[in-house]
Design a protein. Structure first.
Lengths: 279, 310
């Protein structure tokens, strides 16, 4: 086998893994969105005579410690987990990218101020900042989202700033500037389209981290509160029963793993395809 | 080098000031105020009289600046006062927890070195070979697996099925094994890949070519040149993540009921034990700043480029 065929085979293989995980992700996302239509049972309906039931036609994944349908709870849990993670990453990404572009393009005191804030925030582990914000505001998913925004937007601001600085002095930007375009127009019409692919790749990978963080905080009892279904909260509810019935923990855990793995594989390949060097 | 260290130390002063303001200010911006939080933690109904008494007792009716200076003076000697929840001195409790978390992190570092270095080296020996693919897949899996899932699976396998290791708490050395491995897995994933990529980059460098021209054996070249240079990005990345590891142990500690900083802060948040939260902020910040500073100095020592640029 010569080099070229091997290279092509390798690319095929890579594409195949991307295709595979995209399909998995799509299935999970779409079924979460369609949860109200496809969930076979009411997520809150308890049935104490049917606790820890094995999988059956009516309960595809079996039932939990209160006789609730695990499958339905995972579907609705996915709605919550995915929606919260999407809200947190997209808002952080939009704010961070915008601030980073302004900071990188304008330079001067704006840039200095933003970089100092970054330095201070980066002096602490993100999780510590998140925990402290939750400590002040109290637990609950909205406070978690606020804490995630506060810590995450800086990450995007840093990336978009350094990407902006790389292209700030290129000819097409200089041409736009000398033809009298405003800074606003240059940033959004010329710089943004050039950094958007990279920012999407970064956002994709961060989306996976965010799912892990939010479900982790719910697992700790700080985020979504029971009996609302959310993947991390489901695992928190299952921890008392790991010796009784492990499927309560395995199903949501496995689904989180699948989603994050899919997002990571897709994001990583996207990054490779864009030939980005990451820290 | 001395100049570099002095510069970094000077930069710490404003940072420490900000930390102290944040930790102190935390209690001021509480919804309901610190007195109400104190009463709730002690299970006393917050009436007008009890709030006034609590404010008097906690010294909350003094001017802000006096309160801040008093607090700062005590905090500087690591005296964080009395816990609202347990009514005991905070300092011994938090340092005990810190010791446990640091022990966990240290053991995680041992796992990290034991697993990620061989993974990285063998992956780089044959890039895109079978082992490299395996280790890439393994890295993805480790990076994507939530630590609560991994932790509970370990418990099921090693405690319930094989009855080899204790499932929770800190008893003897064997209690360290599972929580520290769980904590290390995510880091193992990224370090094995960083080392692999760095090795591959260095294998093609001119100093390796020159060493080969000098007739050194491949083994010698690998040990003395490639591996050594490849460790630089690994070490600098590694130093930066020690702080993250200390903070990130919170989920692992919850899974294994480990009596560390993570469990302490979660318990304090639930009990609204604000002096304890203040102490946590100060200790974590000091720890993180110290670790980062030592990391930067270490990196500057192995890589002169940083010294001159800074």
């Amino acid at each position: 086998m010569n080099m070229k065929t091997r290279l092509i085979l390798k690319r095929m293989y890579r594409r195949k893994s991307v295709a595979f995980f995209t399909v998995i992700l799509l299935i999970i996302v779409l079924s979460s969105i369609a949860a109200p239509f496809i969930a076979p049972n009411d997520v809150y309906k308890t049935d104490l005579l049917n606790r820890f039931a094995a999988p059956s036609a009516q309960f595809p994944f079996g039932t939990d410690e209160l006789g609730r349908c695990i499958f339905s709870r995972i579907l609705f849990g996915g709605r919550a987990s995915l929606a919260y993670a999407l809200i947190a990453t997209s808002i952080a990404s939009v704010i961070g990218t915008t601030v980073g572009m302004i900071s990188g393009y304008k330079g001067g005191w704006v840039d200095g101020l933003i970089m100092r804030i970054c330095d201070i925030m980066y002096s602490f582990p993100h999780l510590v900042i998140t925990l402290v914000i939750v400590a002040v505001l109290g637990s609950g998913i909205y406070n978690i989202l606020i804490a995630m925004l506060v810590t995450q937007w800086l990450y995007y601001a840093r990336m978009s700033r350094s990407l902006t600085i790389n292209i700030r002095n290129q000819d097409f930007v200089a041409a736009a500037r000398s033809s009298g375009s405003s800074a606003f127009k240059i940033i959004f019409k010329h710089i943004l389209p050039n950094i958007i692919p990279q920012m999407i790749a970064i956002t994709t990978i961060d989306f996976g981290h965010t799912i892990l963080t939010i479900s982790g905080l719910s697992f700790l009892g700080l985020g979504v509160q029971p009996p609302s279904p959310e993947w991390g909260a489901l695992i928190n509810g299952a921890r008392d029963f790991i010796y009784t019935d492990i499927k309560l923990l395995l199903w949501p855990g496995f689904i989180i793993l699948l989603v994050v793995l899919s997002v990571n594989v897709i994001g990583d390949n996207l990054r490779d395809a864009l030939d980005m060097k990451m820290d | 080098m001395g100049k570099y260290i002095a510069k970094r130390l000077l930069q710490l002063i404003p940072l420490l000031f900000i930390v102290s303001i944040l930790a102190f200010g935390l209690v001021r911006i509480l919804p309901g105020g610190a007195a109400a939080a104190y009463l709730t933690a002690r299970n006393i109904a917050p009436t007008k009289e009890s709030i006034a008494a609590a404010e008097e007792y906690l010294g909350l009716n003094q001017p802000l600046l006096t309160q801040y200076l008093l607090w700062l003076k005590k905090a500087a000697s690591f005296d964080f006062g009395i816990s609202y929840a347990t009514n005991k001195a905070i300092t011994p409790e938090i340092f005990g927890a810190l010791r446990n978390t640091m022990g966990l992190a240290a053991m995680a570092v041992v796992w990290l070195i034991l697993i990620s270095v061989p993974l990285g080296i063998f992956s780089a020996k044959k890039p895109n070979g079978a082992f490299d693919h395996f280790s890439r897949g393994f890295a993805f899996l480790c990076a994507s697996a939530p630590s609560f899932l991994v932790g509970f699976l370990f418990v099921l396998l090693f405690s319930v099925k094989l009855k080899l290791l204790p499932s929770f708490g800190k008893k003897d050395f064997t209690s360290y094994l599972m929580p520290s491995l769980t904590l290390a897995l995510g880091y193992i994933a990224s370090y094995s890949r960083i080392l692999r990529n760095s090795l591959l980059e260095n294998m093609g460098s001119t100093n390796v070519l020159y060493a080969r021209a000098r007739g050194l054996t491949e083994k010698r070249i690998f040990r003395a040149h490639t591996l050594r240079n490849s460790m630089i990005p690994v070490i600098s990345n590694f130093c930066l993540s020690i702080g993250g590891m200390l903070a990130g142990s919170v989920i692992v500690e919850s899974v294994f009921s480990w009596p560390g900083m993570g469990r302490l802060i979660i318990g304090s948040i639930e009990a609204r034990d604000y002096p304890m939260i203040q102490a946590y902020i100060v200790i974590m910040a000091l720890l993180y700043i110290t670790v980062n500073l030592s990391a930067d100095i270490l990196c500057a020592a192995i890589n002169p480029k940083i010294r001159y640029e800074a």
